[in-house]
Every structure is written in C-alpha cells, then in structure tokens.
Design a protein around this ligand. Structure first.
Ligand code: KG4
Ligand code: ZN
Length: 336
C-alpha cells in the first residue's frame, strides 16, 4: 500500500510517499520539502496569508518531485493523507483541498491526520525505530506535552504546558533579544558563545509535583534582565541566550526524567522542532545513558515540519486499523 502524505499546517510545504507492506514498519520511498522561512523572515514571523499562497504554489511541483524520485506513477497511489490540524486554517485548507482533489480524481480514499501525531511517530522514519511502549516528549512551536505511548493511537497525556510552548519560549525570547525568526535555531546558535550560568532565570513548575510545564514567566524574566542590562545588553547577549536555553532544557529534562520514573518505562522519544536543539540532545543523551534509558529522536531534518511524518502517521494508523481512509471528499480542517 502506497500512502502519499501532504503537510501544509504552517510554514513548510511537505509531500512524501510511504509504503506499507505487511506488519513491518512502513518505509519512506521519497520526500520533498519547501521551507518558507526566507519568505517570512522579512516580517519577523509567519504571515498566514503569504503562507497559504505559497503552499498553493509549491504543493503540486513537490508532489511531482516525490513521484519522480520514487518511480511511482500517480495512479498507483493507494491513499492520500493530509494534515487536518492543528495549524493555520488557510494553510491547512491547501493541503486538505489538494489531497481531496487528488483522491477524487484518482478515485482513491483520503485520510486526515493530526499534525502532532506526525511529530510523535516521526522517529519511526529513522533506521533504528523505537518500540512501544515509550514516554514521548513533544516539543514544537505550539505544543509541549509529555505522553505515555502504548501503541499507534494509544496515547495518554501525562502533562503539558499551561501557557507557552517550549518552542514559543525560544521564539519569544529570541525576539526580545533582537534575533531573527525562527528564534529557536537563532537563539541556540548565539547561546553556543555564551555562559549558561551567567543569569539565574526561573524554572517554573520544576517542583510542582506534576508533569505540567509553564514557560510564560521565562520570557518576562528575559525581558526584565535585558532591560536591567541596558547598554550592556549587546555585550552580554550570548550569556543571556545561553542562560535562557539552559533554563528551558533543564525543565524539559527534569520533567521527562520524572515521567520515566513514574511510568517505569525505559524508553523515551523526543519529537517536534525543539528536538533539534543541540543542548537538549546532549543533556538527554547523558541523563538517559546514566539511567539505562534508550532515547530516540527523529533524524535532524525530520524534527521540524515535513511530509514524511504525515505519510508515516497515516500509514501506521491504517496498518494498525485505528483509522480508515474514505472516499468522502468533503473536507474540513481543525486549526485548533
Ligand atoms: O515542530 P515545528 O517545526 O512546528 C510546529 O509544529 O510548531 O517546531 C517549530 C519550533 C519553533 O518554535 C522553532 O523555534 C523550534 O521549533 N526550533 C528550535 C530549534 N529548531 C527549531 N528550538 C530550539 N533549538 C533548535 N535548534
Ligand atoms: Zn510541527
């Protein structure tokens, strides 16, 4: 079974083809991606209207590239999957519309999947995929969640952010420091030249006793610190960036270790854009090695949004019989 997946929830257009054969982990046949980062950079963030228009321009050429790279004919696709949400409504509608149009034209069923489930299952695209059950830390621009994952579609929420997401904390702090968009990579790059112990920044809810997160206070603390520094800010920017990054990673790590301890599981999957963070990976690697815990990440280029994770999530849901594809082409999207 060949599943074409389309991702268009935010600022990346992604198309990929995944093949399911038997009960084995589905295999990625080809993928193609276009990032809109450069286009939005001039505005300091994603402009929804521009995002939708660019998805429209890119999606068909990307789909053609995927078919060409995989040597698969359009008519041989069995299912067309798309990101149904969450994301920007106009952007989501592009992927949904194209998927349903393709399905209708080819007389093939379509399937909408949850963007976060795509991130969650993205480590299954790597050469050494995880085995169920595991703890998952989902850290993207819009979400920060700890989950217990027992199988495809069997997810139990253990804790989540009560305000900002971890990626948002990176992005907002980066903006306060006058760094570019997207803030996460910019801030972590600058942080490499700074001292992570230079400033004492808050670690909200670290000792709350539950597995929830809160990052809204951090950006206020960064702003306060930046104001206090005044003219000195430029010279101390790398130190402040490093301290901010250390605070975010510290909370993510401690809460994840608590989730592992409470669940008794010895495996963790880290997915979503913030999972690309270098400090986060080295801290998790060290802490997990010391505890005999296996840690899985998606391949670096599959941490941020892409079509492969959407095709994979759809393929795994179909394979596990937790969802069926349908020939009803009246589509809707779920921005929230
Ligand atoms: O998963 P993703 O691509 O999109 C969402 O579904 O939100 O995540 C994007 C987020 C942004 O907040 C971005 O700043 C952050 O991931 N990010 C990073 C890094 N690369 C991306 N944060 C910290 N360090 C990075 N290297
Ligand atoms: Zn995402």
């Amino acid at each position: 079974m060949l599943v074409l997946g389309i991702e268009s929830s935010c600022d990346e257009t992604g198309v990929a083809l995944v093949e399911v054969s038997g009960a084995g982990v589905p295999v990625l046949r080809a993928d193609a991606l276009h990032s809109q980062i450069e286009m939005h950079q001039a505005y300091g963030g994603v402009v929804p209207e521009l995002a939708s228009r660019d998805h429209i321009r890119r999606v068909v050429p990307l789909a053609e590239a995927v078919l060409q790279r995989s040597g698969v004919a359009l008519a041989d696709i069995d299912v067309v999957a798309f990101t149904r949400g969450p994301g920007l409504a106009g952007a989501l509608l592009v992927g949904a519309g194209v998927a349903c149009a393709l399905g209708a034209a080819l007389d093939k069923p379509v399937l909408g999947v949850h963007h976060l489930e795509g991130h969650l299952l993205s480590p299954f695209l790597s050469a050494d995929p995880p085995e169920f059950p595991f703890v998952a830390l989902l850290v993207s621009g819009g979400h920060t969640q700890l989950m217990r994952v027992d199988g495809v579609g069997r997810y139990e929420m253990l804790g989540e952010t009560i305000d900002d997401a971890a990626g948002e904390a990176f992005d907002k702090s980066a903006k306060l420091l006058g760094l570019g968009y997207p803030g996460g990579p910019a801030l972590s790059w600058l942080a490499e030249q700074g001292d992570p112990t230079a400033f004492k920044l808050p670690r909200p809810l670290l000792h709350s006793g539950n597995l929830d997160f809160s990052f809204a206070g951090l950006k206020t603390a960064v702003l306060t610190q930046a104001k206090k520094l005044g003219d000195e800010l430029d010279a101390r920017k790398a130190d402040l960036a490093a301290s901010t990054q250390a605070a975010i990673v510290d909370v993510l790590l401690k809460k994840s270790l608590k989730a592992l301890e409470q669940s008794g599981l010895k495996r963790i999957v880290i997915a979503g854009g913030v999972g690309a963070n270098k400090l986060l990976r080295s801290e998790f690697n060290a802490a997990c090695a010391a505890r005999g815990v296996r840690v899985h990440y998606p391949e670096l280029h599959l941490c941020t949004d892409n079509g492969a994770m959407i095709a994979m999530a759809a393929a795994m849901r179909l394979q596990a019989n937790v969802q069926t594809a349908s020939k009803v082409y009246a589509f809707d999207v779920k921005p929230r």
